[in-house]
Design a binder for this molecule. Structure first.
Ligand code: ADP
Length: 446
């Protein structure tokens, strides 16, 4: 059964049970209510009539007495029980004994009456009794008719409440239909760009739809990233594979001299090595991104490590390049030793690769407040601002980079650097301007 049918069914059952309970309760207390309200009405009429009894020159004045008011019939008796005024057909009601300030219940021919007698005392004249009579059967009959109508209209009420509930549930669940529809669209057409986009109404279903939209966003992003990754990898590997295959064809030609064949094998060897580097770098990056490469944190004297790295580079740098080290002493941090070494080497390698006409690379290490700042700065070709974020993505290389082809770069280095910095709980920032050099700053919180 669909949710809206279920909800309207339960709602109708609940409403019907509640109405039945209320009617049953009213039926249960109705007799008591009728008796009490009849008594109140009876006493009030009798006592107000008693107040109207006057004597004029010893003569009883009953002009102001209301003998039939609010369904109460009034009779006036002498103290000895003789009827002075008022009229009643039923002899039993007329003959019932007079008791001052007392309500008597009498049943005659299945009709219930309440009698109330009130003695009006007078010092100078004869006392008189005022009797009020009211029938409670009329009240009960009216009420019974009301209950009968209520019970007869109950099925109509149930049907109307069922239909009403169904439409309310249907309207409330429209957003759920939209969620199902969107999920089905994505499922059937593989189009991850569909979104639920419910109008803002701050209820639970809206929150659910927002959560789904966020989830679809993330799914789309990771799907696109995977797609991009597959495209990039195939693109990167296609060139060396094509070259290797072409060179194999050449090498298999019997007419070639052994020198020419040797040259082909060298090309094949180079390309195979390039593929090996790509595959190894990719595996490294995937291990880093998937958290498969765990950090081996230990206390690292960063100042000492940077001194050593700079000295090693000093020995191999071309003559026109200078590596300056501006390192604050005794900076010790909890880091993965091999990762921090790879991060720094990678950034210095890049500075050397992309130095262009520049001639200076600076490695700075400084403690500022509760932060350690490590920067590698060069005065090389620089990076335009629209590429600042992109260069940290896999396989991204700045198009007009002069040195890309010369150095056989792949665009994986900075992606790995960033991932390793994240694993070491640091942040990386880039300040760079085209033609003015670049400065990569890594910050660690102490
Ligand atoms: P690769 O150097 O292998 O191409 P990276 O991920 O290390 O890959 O760098 C991505 C791109 O960022 C490079 O292709 C280059 O265009 C740019 N880049 C990186 N470092 C520098 C730098 N110090 N100066 C100028 N450009 C740089």
């Amino acid at each position: 059964m669909k949710l809206k049918l279920k909800l309207s069914f339960y709602n109708t059952i609940l409403m019907s049970i509640m109405v039945l309970l209320v009617l049953g309760f009213m039926l249960y207390i109705s007799d008591g209510v009728i008796a009490t309200s009849s008594q109140i009405q009876l006493k009030s009429v009798v006592e107000s009539n008693a107040d109207e009894i006057e004597y004029d020159d010893g003569k009883l004045e009953l002009d102001d007495v209301d003998f039939l008011r609010n369904q109460v019939t009034t009779l006036i008796y002498t103290y000895d029980g003789f009827l002075i005024a008022g009229n009643i057909k039923n002899i039993e009601l007329f003959n019932a004994p007079l008791i001052h300030n007392y309500v008597t219940s009498v049943e005659i021919d299945n009709e219930n009456f309440l009698l109330y007698d009130y003695l009006v005392e007078s010092r100078r004249h004869d006392d008189v009794y005022v009797r009020g009579i009211i029938s409670t059967t009329a009240f009960s009959q009216t009420l019974n008719r009301v209950f009968l109508i209520a019970f007869l209209t109950l099925p109509v009420f149930i049907v109307l409440s069922g239909i009403g509930s169904y439409f309310i549930c249907k309207k409330s669940l429209v957003p759920l239909d939209k969620i199902i529809q969107t999920a089905n669209d994505i499922n059937s057409s593989d189009d991850l760009s569909s979104r639920i986009n419910l109008p803002d109404c701050k209820d639970e279903i809206y929150d659910l739809a927002m959560t789904f939209d966020d989830m679809f966003d993330r799914l789309e992003q990771s799907f696109m990233a995977e797609k991009q990754f597959t495209t990039d990898v195939s693109h990167e590997l296609r060139t060396p594979i094509t070259i290797i295959l072409a060179r194999c064809d050449v090498a298999l030609n019997d007419d070639l001299s052994s020198d020419e064949k040797l040259e082909s094998f060298e090309v094949i060897n180079n390309q195979a090595n390039k593929m090996k580097v790509i595959v190894n770098s990719l595996l490294n990056l995937i291990r880093l991104e998937n958290g498969l490469q765990l950090c081996d944190f230990q206390e690292v004297d960063l100042s000492e490590l940077l001194e050593i790295i700079c000295e090693e580079y000093d020995d191999v740098l071309p003559e026109n390049l200078q590596l300056k080290a501006n390192i604050q002493e005794n900076i010790i941090l909890n880091l993965d030793y091999s990762m921090i070494t790879r991060i720094v080497s990678n950034l210095i390698d890049n500075a050397i690769k992309y130095i262009g006409d520049g001639e200076e690379i600076c490695v700075n290490l400084i403690k500022i407040d509760d932060k350690i700042s490590l920067s590698i700065k060069d005065n090389g070709i620089g990076i335009s601002s629209d590429n600042h974020d992109k260069i940290f993505k896999r396989f991204y290389q700045v198009d007009n980079s002069r040195t890309v082809k010369e150095h056989g770069s792949m665009g994986l280095g900075l992606a790995m650097v960033r991932q390793m910095i994240i694993l070491n709980k640091g942040e990386i920032n880039l300040e760079s301007e085209l033609g003015c050099g670049s400065c990569f700053t890594i910050t660690f919180q102490i």
